[in-house]
Design a protein around this ligand. Structure first.
Ligand code: GNR
Ligand code: NI
Length: 184
């Protein structure tokens, strides 16, 4: 197991559309284990492969509270097969937009179809924070960040601050960008 470096916006890799996984093999399973370890260490409730520089349709999540039994999900090629007409607003954060939070409106309930870590097709119905998190992670697979759901004013305010922070950090320019630990 390994903790992987998480990309922070602005980074062109966070805006790419990730490619579907063809085979759920040991490499994919190992990546999902490393992503879960990275997510728990952050700490976060979800993580998408593009956030660790891997442009594949893989997400992990666990919305169980501290002290509760962990409930990790590993999802390959996740797809929303139903969303509710009803919307819900939730204050979101993102490990790729550190220290920024904003209310995002999304469908309140969903059904997601995905392959589990054994390559078996599954469907899950979700509402509340789990529904929010699954939608947030699938957005990452399509190069979408939560700020893309906000007004241009709020989005640019956050992105400008992150760019400024990046420029101020020595050795974290283009040359210092961490390389992905996995190549699929
Ligand atoms: O840790 C995270 N918390 C969170 C809170 C509200 C809505 C979505 C999230 S996901 C985020 C981790 C992350 O960036 N996943 O991509
Ligand atoms: Ni995120």
């Amino acid at each position: 197991m390994a903790i992987l470096p998480i990309l922070v916006a602005p980074d062109p890799r966070l805006k790419q559309v990730a490619a579907p996984v063809e085979q759920v093999d040991d490499t994919v399973r190992r990546l999902m284990d490393d992503m879960l370890e990275t997510m728990y260490a952050a700490p976060g409730i979800g993580l998408a492969a593009p956030q660790v520089g891997v442009l594949r349709r893989i997400i992990v999540l666990d919305v169980a509270s501290e002290g509760e039994t962990p409930q990790p999900y590993r999802m390959v090629n996740p797809e929303l097969v139903w969303v509710s007409d009803e919307d819900a607003s939730y204050e979101e954060g993102c490990l790729s937009l550190p220290d920024h939070y904003a209310d995002v409106v999304r469908p309140a309930a969903i059904r997601v179809r995905y392959l589990d870590e054994h390559g078996v097709e599954r469907e899950l119905a979700a509402e509340g924070v789990l529904a929010t998190c699954i939608q947030h992670e699938i957005d990452h697979l399509d190069g979408i960040l939560f700020v893309d759901h906000l007004s241009a004013l709020k989005r640019n305010m956050i992105l400008r601050k992150l760019l400024k922070a990046k420029k101020a950090k020595p050795g974290k320019g283009k040359a210092g960008t961490p390389e992905p630990a996995h190549v699929l």
